[in-house]
Design a protein around this ligand. Sequence first.
Ligand SMILES: [Fe+2]
Length: 324
Amino acid sequence: MAPIGIERVNYIALNARDPEAAARFATERLGFTLVHAASDGSHYLSAHGVDRYSLVYKPSDEFGLHHVSYLVHDEKVLDTAATRLQSAGVGITKHAESVEWEGASSIRFDTPAGHKLEFTTGISTPIPVAHLIEAPNSGGPEPVVADHVGLGAPDFEAEEKFMLDILGQLYSSRILDPSGVQVMGFMRSPGRYLYHDVVLARTPVPWLHHLQFSLKNVDAFYQTAAALEANDVKIEWGPLRHGPGHNIALYFRDPEGYWFEYSVEEEIILHDQTYVPRTWTVADTKVINEWNPDDEVPAEIGPPPADALLGTSLDETFGTGANS
Ligand SMILES: [Fe+2]
């Protein structure tokens, strides 16, 4: 499968009941900068990398991902990708002019689970952004760039096939449950070095599992961890070192209830042709956290059981504070 041309994540756009409050939290506590508040209520936030913005909150009462924007190199690659998607039967919408603030032309389409992806053009970098930039020196939390997003799908195999066969993603690693059923898949775009730019999770309903931002280095990571705590952001998981990707990570939730991962030292893959994807099992004591064999993934990071979602508001589901 020839690469479809994804270079890296551009930004991640989230639905938000109160985008202004979410944006304020991100600027005051998480290390982002508000660069634009649009008349439709969308709030655009930049990180410490090279992109105009890396995180967007879009007004919506629906909990979940609005879309993930991925960069391709140029308009020609964008056109070729559009043709390839259409010939594979994927419905796309083309936007000759930006539908987002200061964006370029784009195409959007849904994965089989309904996650909306965008391809557009922006700042093309030869290597991952966190490796490219000088260390920020803000003294506060320092997210640099969105490198991956975790997408949950009930029909994992359909989502997997879409990523592999239509988008040309490569496997970096898999996690299997005790019965041998795959529960997670870590995938990368060819020739882009990053261990993963998407993580698939088997979930009972389509779900935004988590969104991630890379930091510059370990010093920035621990400075950020301390700054988050000083800003009364509750680090709910970590610091830890994941097995797949080998990154040092911490997790917290924003006011809308989304799980954010800040991480550093993600494994890079220099040679796709000889890289052998690793298969982990949940029984492997190093898979979740290489530093603590007893660590567990917080139950709240995944969707509630399907029956708990029926007739239940998100406030009730996530408890006080998740959406306040
Ligand atoms: Fe992650």
